[in-house]
Design a protein around this ligand. Sequence first.
Ligand code: C2O
Ligand code: CU
Length: 553
Amino acid sequence: MSLGNHGVRRVEIERSVAGKVLGGQADRRKFFGSATVAALSGAAWAKFAYGQAGDEPELPPTPIPVRPFQTVLPVPPVLQPLTSRNGQAPFVPGSAFHGIAPEFADVAKYSQFPLKYYTVDMRPSRHEFIPGVKTPVWTYNGIVPGPTIKARIGEPIVVRFRNRLSVETSVHLHGGHTPSHADGYPTYFIEPGKDRDYFYPNTVPMHNGKLDYSESISTAWYHDHAMDIAGPNVFFGLSGLYLCTDRIEENLIASNVLPRLDVPLVLCDRRFNADGTFYYDMLDHDGAIGDIFLVNGKVQPKFQVQRRKYRFRILNGSNARYYDLRFSDGREFLQVGNDSWLLPFAMPRESMMLSPAKRADIIVDFSDAPSVVYLNNWMAQSSGRKPDGAAITATPLMKFEVVGNRVRNDAKVEKGTPIRPHVPILASEIQTTRVFDFGRSNGSWVINDQLYEPTRMDATPKLNSAERWIFNNNSGGWWHPIHVHLESYQVQSINGQAPPLWESFKSDTVNLEGGTSAEIFMKFRTFKGPFAFHCHNVEHEDLRMMMNFNVVE
Ligand code: C2O
Ligand code: CU
């Protein structure tokens, strides 16, 4: 096997669907460590991965002609709970093969018994991203993106995820406060053919003896997190939104501050083969970059809007692509949420850089808009290493067709409108400082010169303590969006400067451009570990730019 010249491999998930081994994936498993090859050293896989550094093959463009704005934007359906029979729970939480969080036994401490029960089947399906082209996919309940889970703070739910795929999976609720066992820890696999019950308490931490609603999550998402193979699992379709609400947000909607019209926009890029299968290179360390732009699983869709305010929950669901989003007429919009959290007040924006995994909750007022407005991407990116820079021409991701007259009594939100109170983490609360360098060593992705090791705990913060973590990216050649599980964090500074306003409250993903250092404050208040933190370029994560922390009492 020539490891130096891997070229580009096709992965046809069709083959695995047919029950045969997934070619590229088996290779990746074999070479990149797993339960069976845990001891692979960085040097061992450095050779073949970067044997041709600086000489990568050009990626072939998707050889399927695409006409934009033909398909109406779909909105993923909301997952419906199972109905209970005679007041009995529809299934016994924890009776699934892999059981349920041990914290479940302790549930009274956090909230109450699960109020809703769901099942989600992970199974192969086919999806038309491009009209007339059926692409084999891996799905939650047969659809891409997966069904939207709607939850409410204080109302625990249990979701039984049933793995009917041929690969291991692990489901992470990104941006949630979730017990370790139900958090999609990279090796808490759901084996093929098996089920796991995920307990989502939808809880908030305590602050001075009271529930801290500044920590209520709003726009979260769930996606695969299986060690080594989250990249392909997510790329092939395993992600969906998890929208959670609470009384503060409900009141803002009921009092017509926030618009009722609330539309998720899941942005992804993908590359296709001529036969409609996905093109995914299992041996590309840099990160999968597509040349076809999808919103809610459709190539450059169109969407009809009235002359009024809309709320859009934008998720960058791409594995490695960054976006610089602007509207075609340069219109200003309001940002009301960053990642899982609503901001303290609505902030005006004209453009917005979104790194992989980031969410932005925005309000767009179409009342004075021209009849056609595009949501454009101005960031050019040809490899997963980092964006190339500002694009010369914009790529329209979707088209808004604005119709009708200005709507009266529209939602009242405007610049500065209070949204969700923020409880800051103070410097005086910090007990421990930890430093993490995101880099490369012997050609592999590492943090503090170490490859991910699922049984090694790299930090052990104390429950109810606050810590300062410093994330450094000393390389100019790559960008890394860093995500920490379990709790939100407060970005204190980036390269010694205060972060932009919208980034200075609660976040769960912060981007490290080349040569960047970010300082974050974080409080560990909800659950004991273990949990992961990592680069959210999903290929970097798979290829071991990840660590664990164990929250201990
Ligand atoms: Cu969205 Cu650990 O990931
Ligand atoms: Cu990275």
